[in-house]
Design a binder for this molecule. Structure first.
Ligand code: ATP
Ligand code: MG
Length: 417
């Protein structure tokens, strides 16, 4: 993409109404636009990052047998009344609205109820189990505080997977399969190191559910981390009992701020019982289906990545999610030969499948470099009279800050590795 054609502009100043680093940087760099507190639109660069995050998640979900669907945002009151999750006194984050005839509908904040209802038409015997079904869809939650940028949106993207199994053993096996897939997702996104499987409240078969908590100052959660054992305990459940369960003592743990990037949860038969999702077992008897639910927030992850991979100059995306692989910056100083050479290089990069943002704008070198630092594409390729005379480009690694000269012949190979 030619930067002269990109409609978004960078800005020097951080927006005054944003306190979170992720929102400040993403707005300054032109990745997102703030509509109101906790509500953001995605602009071209931001959408590219979000789609790449979603692609990693989708890939790992498909690998473990997940089948993708897309459910509706509008939710019918009658269904949610059956599980006692319609009332605002039970669920305080609903956004609700009215139909023309006066009937009430809600905007989905999660999707256990509608999916359980769908599965009633498709599960009837043990032959139909297990099943893994997921979607990547917008969720709506009337969050009380929305000060963390896209880390806590009132409208946000969630990947929600649900498992349907015949027995507790089958469920537990799948639960661990999903947990491993989650760990792989965080590793591929570059935050495997600082993301901990965390003991939290609310398990059905065990005493705990598990969160995946990424250590970061933007987090609103407090966790106690055991670095060597790669586990953490959420402050919510931190007490003598959990320490004994895990064979840990408090002085081995470090307190840290963290943000929940994923959550895995055994639901047992809570939803299948309430909504009548049953199957005929091997012995011919009717049984309730055992369920699990597993969430990951792609928009939240984008915010966390912006927090983790950034410095005083701007964003520094890991290559797995960067909006482009290369940022070609032409410093022509009015020399048409340099422009022609940069155009030719841009064509060559595109033909070789290297996704490139080409800064072909007629602005000062300093401005181009500052924008390039702010946008944070992993490799910056600088072409100037000097590099042209040497038959190549200067390659600057955004994260490491290192610079090296690469000849044109070696360039594609260098970028592909
Ligand atoms: P939190 O405690 O941070 O509010 P939660 O427990 O409400 O999170 P879940 O209901 O388990 O979160 O949602 C599953 C996933 O969706 C979370 O792990 C997170 O990645 C994402 N998520 C939840 N709430 C938000 C939000 N307001 N904005 C962006 N992502 C969110
Ligand atoms: Mg919440």
């Amino acid at each position: 993409m030619r930067q002269s054609q990109l409609f978004t502009k960078t800005r020097r100043e951080a927006p005054k109404d944003e306190v979170a680093k992720n929102a400040q940087l993403l707005i300054r760099a032109g990745f997102i636009h703030k509509e109101m507190a906790g509500v953001y639109s995605l602009l071209p660069l931001g959408l590219r990052v979000l789609e790449r995050i979603s692609a990693v998640i989708r890939d790992e979900m498909n690998k473990i047998g997940g089948q993708e669907i897309l459910m509706t945002t509008l939710q019918q009151k009658e269904l949610w009344e059956q599980t006692d999750r319609w009332s605002d006194s039970v669920v305080d984050s609903w956004f609700k609205t009215k139909l023309k005839d006066g009937g009430e509908v809600g905007l989905g904040f999660t999707h256990e109820e509608p999916l359980t209802s769908i599965m009633r038409s498709h599960i009837s015997s043990y032959h139909d189990l297990p099943k893994l079904v997921y979607q990547i869809q917008w969720k709506f939650r009337n969050e009380e505080r929305a000060k963390s940028g896209i880390v806590r949106g009132r409208e946000f993207l969630m990947k929600d997977l649900y498992t349907f199994t015949a027995s507790e053993e089958e469920h537990t096996k799948l639960y661990e399969t999903v947990a491993s897939a989650y760990q792989r997702i965080f590793e591929r996104l570059g935050i495997g190191e600082q993301t901990y499987r965390t003991f939290a409240s609310g398990g059905v078969f065990s005493k705990y559910s598990h969160e995946f908590q990424c250590l970061s100052d933007v987090g609103e959660d407090t966790v106690y981390v055991h670095k060597e054992k790669r586990i953490a305990i959420n402050k919510e459940v931190m007490n003598a009992e959990v320490l004994a369960d895990l064979g840990l003592s408090k002085n081995e743990l470090t307190e840290a701020k963290a943000v929940e990037v994923g959550n895995i949860f055994s639901l047992g038969t809570r939803f299948s019982k309430a909504l009548g999702l049953r199957f005929k077992g091997k012995d011919g008897k009717q049984e309730d289906v055992i369920m699990g639910s597993y969430g990951i927030g792609p928009t939240r992850l984008m915010g966390v990545l912006a927090e983790v991979f950034s410095d005083g100059k701007g964003l520094a995306w890991p290559s797995a999610v960067a909006p482009f692989a290369a940022h070609l910056v032409a410093i022509s100083g009015g020399n048409g030969d340099v422009t022609a050479e940069a155009d030719r290089l841009y064509e060559m990069l595109s033909e070789n499948g290297i996704e490139t943002l080409y800064d072909d704008r007629d602005v000062r070198a300093g401005e181009k470099f500052a924008d390039s630092d702010l946008i944070g594409i992993p490799k910056r390729l600088v072409i100037s009279e000097k590099t042209m005379s040497e038959g190549g480009v200067e390659v600057v690694s955004r994260a490491a800050g290192s610079t090296m000269f690469v000849s044109e012949n070696d360039l594609i190979g260098h970028l592909e590795q």
